[in-house]
Design a protein around this ligand. Sequence first.
Ligand code: CA
Length: 246
Amino acid sequence: MTVDAANGATGEGSTPSGPILVVEDEEALVGAICYQLQREGFDAVSAVDGLRGLDLFRERAPVLVILDLMLPHINGLDLCRIIRGESEVPIIILTAKDAEADKVAGLEIGADDYVTKPFSMRELVTRVRAHLRRASMASGARSEGEGGNLVAGPIQMDTQRHEVYVRGRLIELPPKEFALLEAFMLRPGKLVTRQILLSEVWGVEYFGDTRTLDVHIKRLRAKIEEDPRRPEHVKTVRGLGYKLQL
Ligand code: CA
């Protein structure tokens, strides 16, 4: 039912063609979210329990799902798992402030992002826009067979917009760290030597201290690794360089 508007070569996102589905059992909150989304020009549909949410998901093919985790009938985690089994649609989960385990579980079963209650509508709408843009970029890149979107494991990079998402969250990277990560993303799983990194990121004529590279790798790891002291993405290849593990 979605109409795939022609994706321009500019990489600008097209207007979403389906509604945003909001599943949340607090009626005042669901009303407020839908009101805000509609004010921002989105079509929004809502359900106050998991079963109705699943029905609506299947009927309306939403472009994005905002999903509360504590729901009657089918809980949010189960619904998230079912939706992810059927679709790549971006899913933003709403979690309680003290529910760290739920948040992690949600991301592990395929949610793209989370927003912790209480949240501002502005924050939620910003996340919605970012995920729609990314989804649109990804489909644009797929349909063009190229594009500014690089994906390696949980890391997604939009080179045109200069944005990096790790496990669904937007992270800030200064230019050198961005360039370093890009050098890895262009060669996923392959050795990238120190010489290549120095010449691509600092320029072929770079004669500075190569410890600069180590410092930047350390900063990059601090932002993208879950445990920077035991990196699982940017791996050291002793004596040679690094590689981006998938
Ligand atoms: Ca709830």
